[in-house]
Design a protein around this ligand. Structure first.
Ligand SMILES: CC(C)(COP(=O)(O)OP(=O)(O)OC[C@H]1O[C@@H](n2cnc3c(N)ncnc32)[C@H](O)[C@@H]1OP(=O)(O)O)[C@@H](O)C(=O)NCCC(=O)NCCS
Length: 163
């Protein structure tokens, strides 16, 4: 298990967008997933052949009817831009919809330049930008919020009501 965690940490580190503090938190989260069978975090990985190409960490947002957060998502540096992140996102959405008929998936990311590709990725995969909180991560490092409504059934956008 410990060895598996280090693969994910290496992939996240290679991405060169996550800060040491974020990587430290990721380490803690991976440890929690490893040792705690009731962990609120869920881990999804995507392979390219036999190689682990990337991973995502997600979880239900407490006190919401259908909220899920994608906390981390990373594809190994040399495998980015080849459609693997799209496959991984599909797997993430399938996992969520295996637990619920519908969900609102939230992603928070920095507005920094090194996250522009990630922002494009989410927008191209159906996420909608919901807002910006200036200086949230630090001076001139704004928080961007994206969301996507997903459903197992062919509900219309406006039909997305509590049930
Ligand atoms: C964001 C990320 C998960 C996307 O995965 P990916 O496998 O590179 O994405 P895909 O190949 O499936 O999709 C590529 C699309 O995403 C965007 N994209 C994101 N990162 C890209 C990259 N490094 N190279 C090329 N395109 C990239 C492009 O807009 C591209 O659009 P297109 O298919 O219309 O050309 C991945 O690039 C990554 O790990 N980035 C670093 C870590 C990160 O920023 N994570 C998200 C933080 S919340």
């Amino acid at each position: 298990m410990q060895q598996i965690s280090s693969i994910y940490l290496k992939i996240a580190d290679n991405a060169r967008v996550f800060t040491p503090v974020e990587l430290g938190v990721l380490r803690e989260v991976l440890l929690d997933i490893n040792v705690n069978s009731n962990s609120t975090y869920k881990l999804v990985e995507e392979k390219e052949g036999e190689r682990v190409a990337g991973f995502a960490v997600l979880g239900r947002i407490p006190m919401t009817a259908f909220g899920w957060d994608i906390y981390w998502m990373a594809i190994d540096k040399d495998l980015q831009g080849k459609g693997i992140g799209t496959r991984l996102l599909r797997r993430v959405e399938a996992l969520i919809l295996s637990a619920a008929d519908k969900a609102i998936v939230r992603v928070e990311t920095s507005a920094r330049k090194d996250y522009v590709l990630a922002q494009n990725f989410y927008c191209k995969r159906g996420f909608i930008q919901a807002g910006i909180i200036p200086d949230f991560y630090g001076t001139c490092d704004d928080l961007m919020v994206f969301y996507k409504k997903i459903t197992n059934r062919s509900l219309k956008f406006g039909d997305f009501t509590d049930s």
